[in-house]
Ligand binder design. Structure first.
Ligand SMILES: NC(=O)c1ccc[n+]([C@@H]2O[C@H](COP(=O)([O-])OP(=O)(O)OC[C@H]3O[C@@H](n4cnc5c(N)ncnc54)[C@H](OP(=O)(O)O)[C@@H]3O)[C@@H](O)[C@H]2O)c1
Length: 398
């Protein structure tokens, strides 16, 4: 039986991971659970999965969490704050830590888990985008496995099984096209938060759903693919595939293309990240190619969705720039969700911040440099927001 710790247990990734664990009680058991704010769901999870340790990020919610699970016997260790989340990540005999926290908040807990010798089932892409230069050497040093749980990267990873070193020529990441796939560009100026939160194929947390609508999610995934698979940015392409049946493809040196297919269901990449290299039988809906109808593909529209190019630029700049891109995006998306900026202001804010970071980019950042760059970028978004009126309405792609 594999021991698992789950960070971000109350979110979309977290609850789907627990759904898997409910179905396979003989294969997996929970050691630790951690979440941000949601006492009610976290308490119910503690009751059901009986972890040895639990933490809530919000210090103010600690008393409520303790009260909600006071009758449970034996009591788990109950912690709060960032230090509490980090403690859960490194605690006990968990072999694998599923990182389902949203945003760069996942970075320090992920590092703690790696330093404690735990394998990582990586859903929290922001961790690798911001912290790639620090996380990858640590993975190497501690001899742990960094297994992708993002559906596209899991697809690439699955396609790569059995491919010899040097066999990979190109990665093709598929993208559904997000909420505004079928909208004309001029209409994007007036989209509402509710519009942006309507993803056509996947049910996910709010931040990643907005990232899918701007296609920044795909841009972040390009950087994630660069770090996970060591591919040059010139060899990572994006293709729009509205049906989300092909989760990504790889091209091999001889031009053969290998793809991974399935219904859009995040439990599949999550299960593979936990069971690799084994394949576990599931009774989930089998893919029916006839029912899945036409599989279609389009070029990504960089004019309509400039976030992809911003991400390629940040990835190519390397160093602390991806951390800045990521933090600027997190803040800009939060401002959009609070209705303080418009949808099209998201790339404009990010461009402003990345431009200003160019002269200060750390080529080989240490953890402190990354955290400082992240912090700086978050402040800088507020300056960007104040200056939006004096900036061009669209950003220039280069
Ligand atoms: N959802 C998907 O299908 C999907 C697919 C691919 C990749 N991902 C990636 O997986 C990650 C999670 O996405 P999601 O859709 O599951 O997000 P979500 O539904 O918003 O869930 C986020 C989780 O993180 C917790 N959290 C938020 N801030 C935290 C903090 N500072 N410290 C500790 N915990 C915190 C939340 O706790 P509370 O709810 O208790 O506040 C919640 O449990 C993201 O990086 C996303 O890009 C998601």
């Amino acid at each position: 039986m594999k021991a698992i710790t789950l960070l971000g247990s109350t979110g979309s990734i977290g609850t789907q991971t627990l759904d898997i664990l409910t179905q396979y009680p003989e294969q997996f058991r929970i050691v630790g659970l951690a979440a941000g704010n949601n006492v009610e769901i976290l308490a119910a999870q503690v009751r059901q999965f009986q972890p040895s340790i639990v933490a809530i990020r919000s210090e103010e919610k600690l008393a409520a969490l303790k009260a909600a699970i006071a009758d449970i016997n034996p009591q788990p260790i109950i912690l709060a704050g960032e230090a509490g989340i980090v403690e859960v990540a490194r605690y006990g005999d968990a072999e694998s830590v599923v990182t389902g926290i949203v945003g760069c908040a996942g970075l320090l807990p992920t590092i703690a888990a790696i330093e404690a010798g735990k394998d990582i089932a990586l859903a929290n892409k922001e961790t690798l985008i911001a912290g790639g230069p620090v996380v990858l050497p640590l993975v190497e040093k501690h001899g742990v496995k960094l297994l992708p749980a993002d559906s596209e990267h899991s697809a690439v990873f699955q396609c790569l099984q059995g491919v010899p070193k040097g066999g990979l020529r190109r990665i093709l990441l598929t993208a559904s096209g997000g909420a505004f796939r079928d909208w004309d560009t001029p209409k994007l100026a007036d989209v509402t938060v509710a519009d942006a939160l309507k993803h056509p194929n996947w049910s996910m947390g709010r931040k990643i759903t907005v990232d899918s609508a701007t296609l920044m999610n795909k841009g972040l995934e390009v950087i994630e693919a660069h770090y996970l698979f060591g591919m040059d940015y010139d060899d990572i392409d994006i293709v729009i595939h509205p049906q989300s049946i092909i989760h990504s493809l790889i091209e091999l040196q001889d031009t053969s293309v290998v793809a991974q297919l399935g219904w859009p269901d995040m439990r599949l990449p999550l299960l593979y990240a936990l069971s690799w290299p084994e394949r576990i039988y599931t009774d989930w809906q089998q893919l029916d190619l006839v029912k899945s109808a036409d599989l279609t593909f389009q070029e990504p529209d960089h004019e309509k969705y400039p976030c992809m190019q911003l991400a390629y630029n940040a990835g190519r700049a390397g160093g602390s720039m991806p951390a800045v891109l990521n933090a600027a995006n997190e803040e800009a998306v939060a401002l959009f969700l609070e209705e303080k900026i418009k949808f099209l202001d998201i790339p404009r804010c990010i461009e402003w911040v990345c431009d200003r970071h160019q002269a200060q980019n750390h080529a080989n950042p240490k953890l402190d440099d990354i955290l400082a760059a992240d912090n700086w970028a978050r402040q800088e978004v507020l300056t960007a927001m104040e200056n939006l009126a004096s900036r061009p309405q669209t950003i220039s792609l280069r």
